[in-house]
Write a new protein. Structure first.
Length: 162
């Protein structure tokens, strides 16, 4: 009788250990990402008299020092063609960078153009590709006459594979 209990206990512990390892592995992957990632936006309309500012912030981890990362910012039209050339910058932890587009330069005189912000995190120095999502991006649509921000639109982090 004692042997059956011992075998049952060992089998139960082995199953529990296997489940715990499987659970922790799947949940670890859910909270980490590959070395390169992107932050997705959908298209928006810009007209003459408006400006768009695309921001990205390299957020610091709680009590952790993050390495600087190389990011790429740009705008494409509804067909995926560059509206302005993409810009690459090195971004230190805790810092923000941005690019700016003037609606007068890209929109038809009496209309609007649909464009989409593009943000890619290319790489981080000293990173092994197992970092948590530590970036935030937003788009501001600004009225030129009043200099007021009319819309703030957050981006959504997504793993990026070639």
């Amino acid at each position: 009788m004692k042997t059956k209990r011992t075998v049952a206990l060992v089998a139960t512990l082995a199953i529990a250990l296997t489940l715990a390892i499987a659970w922790s592995t799947s949940h670890t992957k859910a909270f980490t990402m590959i070395e390169r990632s992107r932050i997705d936006f959908t298209t928006f309309g810009i007209t003459p008299g408006q400006n768009a500012r695309l921001n990205i912030t390299h957020l610091e981890g709680a009590g952790q020092v993050r390495p600087p990362c190389r990011v790429e910012l740009g705008f494409v039209d509804s067909d995926g063609n560059d509206v302005i050339p993409a810009v690459q910058r090195t971004l230190e932890a805790g810092h923000t960078t941005f690019i700016f587009i003037n609606g007068d330069d890209v929109a038809p005189r009496e209309g609007r153009i649909e464009i989409r912000p593009v943000v890619r995190v290319l790489d981080c120095q000293g990173d092994l590709g197992n970092h948590q999502i530590n970036f935030a991006a937003s788009l501001e649509l600004v009225d030129q006459a009043s200099a007021r921000t009319m819309v703030v639109y957050p981006g959504f982090p997504t793993p990026w594979a070639d």
